[in-house]
Design a protein around this ligand. Structure first.
Ligand SMILES: *Cc1c(COP(=O)(O)O)cnc(C)c1O
Length: 390
């Protein structure tokens, strides 16, 4: 389906609301029926009707249609966070005694679910280095029901060969789920590679303005309908109409923003790679990246998230660098208009810092919608502030 059609028209029945260009926010909790027969009919199939906004809502429906089409999937559910999308997708595919094979170091709240919540219900997880498909094959047991992927990983950018893992899972009747937050469906389409369920944090690029938390889950109609009638309705964490409206607005400019950010990121990477205080840059679509060939094969773009390793002997030097920046903000998340940075050492007590461990010296940078020169001059300010410091 044409991208411009999806973004500008799909799902928008303007004749139903005064030919308004922007869709209405149907801010209602419930919907009324004229006859008992109508009501009875609705009760028999909540998935296809308006009854109550914990289930379906017309504003959310416009968004669902667009997001499903973007992923090339039959259907979609939108949650009030990416974490809720992860929770529902995983929960829907395990029962007591089942086993999950997950890529190592998945998004932190996926990991928390695997390690804190699922063991209470007798579900076990094996983590594998996903850069080798054979590792998945070796970890699969008779009771494995789910393979959990995140490609690229949002810190190390480690990739999995999605077509190969999907083929392996299909052969064994195992469901595959991927966290596709890094690429969005604009830059990577896992459904076409055979992955069953594709999720992303819409907080990042879909929202795009750092003002909404939301999550997307796409898959076949059968899988999505099953999740709707169970986990989605039970967890009660579907997106609210106003937030759905913000995401529809975010979608209008998604390809334009990604295109701009992609160009800026290339310029920023070229600057970083030349700088004497930068040991190396990690970015899946940089030729120096170990899985560059695979990235080229299954991703159409890399966008704004990269990691660079700074040459520093102490945690204090990294702190000084970050605190000297005037425009690049120190904050979690990414995908918005503003450039952001997180030093890995912020996640550990300073006395644990060891300059011999490369990951401790890593900084994750997100390049936003500012001019490349504006971002680069700020990075220069940071490097200048640590000139001469070990
Ligand atoms: C942010 C993020 C999530 C979680 O999304 P929320 O919208 O914050 O709940 C999941 N996966 C990745 C890779 C993320 O970056």
């Amino acid at each position: 389906m044409d991208l411009s059609f999806i973004i500008n028209e799909l799902g928008e029945e303007r004749d139903d609301y005064f030919r308004a260009i922007a869709p209405p926010i149907v801010q209602t909790s419930n919907f009324a029926f004229k006859t008992v027969a109508e009501m009875r009919n609705a009760f028999s199939d909540e998935y296809s009707t308006w009854i109550y906004s914990r289930g379906m809502n017309p504003t959310v429906d416009i968004l669902r249609k667009k997001l499903a089409a973007l992923d090339g999937a039959e259907d979609c559910l939108v949650f009030n966070s990416g974490a809720a999308a992860i929770f529902a997708a995983v929960l829907a595919n395990v029962k007591s005694g089942d086993h999950i094979v997950s890529v190592k170091e998945p998004y932190s709240w996926a990991q928390r679910m695997f390690e804190v919540i699922l063991p209470r219900f007798g579900v076990t997880v094996t983590y594998v280095d996903g850069t080798e498909t054979a590792n998945f094959k070796n970890a699969i047991r008779p009771e494995t029901t789910l393979i959990y992927l995140e490609s690229p990983n949002s810190w190390s950018f480690a990739l999995q060969d999605l077509s190969a893992v999907a083929a392996l899972a299909k052969e064994k009747g195992i469901t595959t789920v991927i966290d596709n937050s890094y690429c969005t469906p604009i830059y990577q389409r896992p459904v076409e590679m055979g992955i069953d369920l594709v999720l992303q944090s819409a907080t990042k690029y879909i929202g795009g303005h750092s003002d909404t938390v939301a999550g997307v889950l796409c898959g076949s109609r059968a899988m999505i309908e099953r999740i709707f009638n169970s986990e989605y309705m039970n967890i009660g964490s579907g997106i609210q109409p106003f937030n759905a409206w913000l995401l529809i607005r975010g979608l209008r400019t998604l390809p334009a923003r990604l295109e701009r950010i992609t160009r800026t990121t290339d310029t920023v990477i070229a600057f970083l790679k030349e700088h004497e205080r930068v040991e190396r840059v990690l970015f899946p679509l940089d030729p120096s990246f170990p899985q560059y060939e695979l990235a080229r094969r299954q991703m159409e773009g890399g966008c704004g998230l990269l990691t660079f390793i700074i040459k520093a002997e102490s945690c204090g030097t990294i702190e000084r660098f970050c605190e000297s920046l005037r425009h690049i903000l120190m904050a979690v998340s990414w995908g918005g208009h503003e450039s952001l940075i997180i030093p890995k050492c912020a996640g550990m007590p300073p006395e644990q810092f060891s300059s011999t461990i490369e990951m401790h010296r890593s900084l994750r940078l997100y390049t936003g919608l500012e001019d490349a020169d504006y971002i680069i001059s700020d990075l220069k300010r940071g490097f200048d502030a640590i000139a001469g410091l070990p």
